[in-house]
Design a protein around this ligand. Sequence first.
Ligand code: ADP
Length: 596
Amino acid sequence: MFKRLYNNFSWFIHLYRRPYAFALIFLVINYALSLVPPWMVGTVADGLIGGDLQLGGFVRLIILLLLTVGALYGVNYLWNVRLLKAGDEIARVSRQRLMERFRRQGPKFYSEHSVGSLLGKSTNDVVALTNTAGYAVMALCDAAMQPLALILIMGIQVSWKMTFFSLLPLPLVMVLSLYVGKKMYPLYDQAQVAFDEMNSMVLDNVSGVRVVRAYGRQQQQIDAFAEESKRLYKSNMKVVRYSVLFPVISKLIPGFSYAIALAMGGFMVSSGQISAGDMVSFIIYLDMMVWPMFALGDFINVAQMGVASMERIQELLDEPFDVVDRPDAVPYDTSSDIEFRQFNFTYPGAEDATLKNISFKLKEGQTLGIVGCVGAGKSTLLKQFLRYYPLNGEHILLGGKPLQNYQIASLRSRIGYCSQQPFLFSASIKENILFGNMPPVADATARLEEVVDLADLRKDLMEMPRGIETRTGEKGVTLSGGQRQRICIARALFKNPDILILDDSLSAVDATTETHILERLQAERKGKTTLISAHRLSCVMHADWILVLDDGSIRQQGTHDMLLENDSWYRKQYYYQLASGGEMRNQTVGGGCGYD
Ligand code: ADP
């Protein structure tokens, strides 16, 4: 137990060694001072019984008692602040370490850990660390040091025999607390899992509130949630049952100690072996012995929970990153010529390749259009530039060099990415757009105005009560799908990136708005590389090069005119979409997606 505790917490003990050392010094002073008042009470009692205590001596003792108690409080405050602050400190550092890790993890990590469980570890498990680093350390010191001082003074000042027999029942408190701890530990674990699951459920219901409502599933969801809450409640109750049982039973054991002390003390006083004052002091010392016994049990229980929590947190911290910089990676500062050479890609854990034998070239400043059915692999291809997944071999070249040659952060800093599912933070529209202001541009206000026009947001903002300061609600719930997409486009455009990636980012906007945006984009992106995937061919017609993807392979590639020449899927789609009145949706022609 101590070894596991040390292994898990040694990094923090090292980090916090100075405040811990101060706390320990003040704690020892505290123990020494706390022995004084019982001794004084005994002396006063003896003086009063013997009738030899004069008023002057009495007043001196009372003043001394007050001073000691005052000093005791002062010292108490000093060690408390330092020791309990350790709890907040370990929580702060652990949350920071977790966030840092979460930030750098990739899709594999997030597919293996639910948001609810990550949230649980960042909250409940961190609280267990707080208790271990603060309260449990104090309990350990109380359990390890205070009894020593008390036994010494009880034995020396009063009687070793009486000390031995009165203390005999007390270790039972510790045994009991260990037993309860052992029982409680797995129950605590179960409660933690139930808490994580309930977290996930709350998150799902809040983010999917529209779907729940649309399908009229509120009652079912409420019932399911009630069921989950009941499970958590039951798990917590099992923990509580043990934790409340413990103090009740353990109050009985010190009762035996008091009985022994009273019986032996009474006999010894009457036979003149000790004074009545000694007995009074002894009873107070005995009372002070009870807490350290609890403390040891408490320490073991809290520390066990802390170790379990730290192990869970450490597991997350130790999960390797899927994608890391090569040791010789350099900042990306070359041209954005792009080349794919027989590139294949299989998602981790998947059996079949999602992208097969992809080869094409794009010069800096050109626009690439990617079309194809849902699931053809358009997003997967675009995501390769963001390096979310490990790359094998040197099949993707950027500026003539393999993509792995560049530091990931520097690569991403030069890419503007707008994903298929637009994500907005629960902040104002302005803050959401400015999220792309990294590194900050010199005149953010002017650029903000520009990107609002580029993404055709001006009219929408004018209709909103607070314009660009309007808050978007959780994940943008207060906005339409098209507005969310256009805010994300504005965000991606903000830093005028070297490579702009729009992954089906215009699917929810109407044809007129799409035309406006595409026209402005062509002017804005002159000389810069742009990659656009879309269902509507109208989004890619103007592109310098177009890929037609089918089941992860390039079925055709060329310019719009070249692709129209043959009797191909592209040509059929083009005329079909044209015939459907400008609303050029990707329709099936013949069977399946209509490639043949
Ligand atoms: P598109 O963008 O053309 O609609 P995607 O690139 O999103 O297509 O998906 C291509 C294929 O890859 C689909 O069959 C999809 O199920 C699969 N896929 C997408 N994301 C993942 C993932 N994270 N893990 C495993 N398979 C995935």
